[in-house]
Ligand binder design. Structure first.
Ligand code: PMP
Length: 285
């Protein structure tokens, strides 16, 4: 079965789904995106993802190309046409097509919209969570507005590739003060020796992950103590547990940082329990 993408109003086989060479998303990375988990053919936390999308668009002054209701129909239709049971739906909105010029195109230029979806391997993902993953650390080198979910991901691409080349799943960015900001495509967490769950506070220096937001409810419900503050790489090395969160990975235990084992080197109890319970606190639509 050929995969289907939605591109500017049409559902097309992936091979025929193309954008204009003067699309500003292509030329300037002038666009934003969202990724939602798909579970049982339905969207996880669509409402929150759409709220963050509206924030990203408004920060960049890109218009929403269609109503929220119409967009929801398209997202579900792309999931349906691709027969996604467990996987992701990807949405990208850009500032549209116009003759190349850095400044904004003429008023009225239509934003571009692309939606794709695909299945993921649930068994492989569960196995990865049972084994835990390795992360590496790298100097933070992104721009100062990573709270906007922009498609400009070059530092993230290079960081992820560096991780891959060192046999790790994720790269953690570390700022000049020695504090971990977040992963190349996930939020970063530790559990301290005295059992406190720590993740960096949200400001312009990290993406406010939807998984992170929902997990705060799970953490409160489990009676865990939460500290929203920056933690250092040294603290992470000394932590009892570490984990990462994202829509496509949910909660993923980290068992190695820069080649050194975290805690006893196995997935932690807190991370595993949070992964197990996550969907009790998320919304499904
Ligand atoms: N930080 C970055 C840089 C990301 O790319 C992602 C994944 N989109 C996240 C955090 C996690 O966000 P979410 O839980 O909304 O997927």
């Amino acid at each position: 079965m050929s995969r289907i993408a939605y591109v500017n109003g049409r559902y097309l086989p992936l091979g025929a789904a193309t954008v204009n060479v003067e699309d500003r998303g292509y030329q300037f990375a002038d666009g934003v995106y969202e990724v939602c988990e798909v579970r049982g053919g339905r969207l996880v936390d669509e409402r929150r993802h759409m709220m963050r999308l509206a924030f990203s668009l408004s920060e960049l002054r890109i218009a929403m190309p269609m109503s929220a209701t119409a967009l929801s129909v398209v997202l579900h239709e792309v999931v349906r046409r691709n027969r996604v049971r467990w996987g992701i739906v990807y949405l990208q909105i850009g500032r549209g097509v116009s003759r190349r010029d850095h400044a904004f195109p003429p008023a009225g230029t239509a934003p571009s919209i692309v939606v794709t979806a695909r299945n993921m391997n649930l068994e492989a993902a569960e196995k990865m969570a049972e084994d835990g993953v390795a992360v590496i650390s790298l100097p933070e080198n992104r721009w100062a507005r990573v709270d906007i979910k922009s498609v400009a991901l070059l530092p993230n691409v290079l960081a992820k590739q560096a991780a891959r080349e060192q046999g790790a799943r994720e790269a953690w960015f570390v700022d000049t003060g020695g504090h971990v900001t977040e992963g190349a495509s996930s939020n970063a967490w530790i559990v301290t020796r005295d059992g406190k769950v720590v993740t960096r506070q949200c400001d312009q220096g990290i993406l406010k992950g939807i998984t992170r937001t929902v997990l705060l409810d799970a953490i409160a419900a489990q009676g865990l103590i939460l500290e929203e503050r920056a933690f250092t790489l040294d603290e992470a090395h000394a932590a009892r547990e570490a984990f990462i969160t994202s829509a496509s990975q949910i909660v993923l235990p980290v068992v190695k940082i820069d080649g050194r084992p975290v805690g006893n080197g196995a997935p932690g109890l807190v991370a595993s329990a949070l992964r197990r319970d996550f969907h009790r606190y998320s919304e499904i639509s």
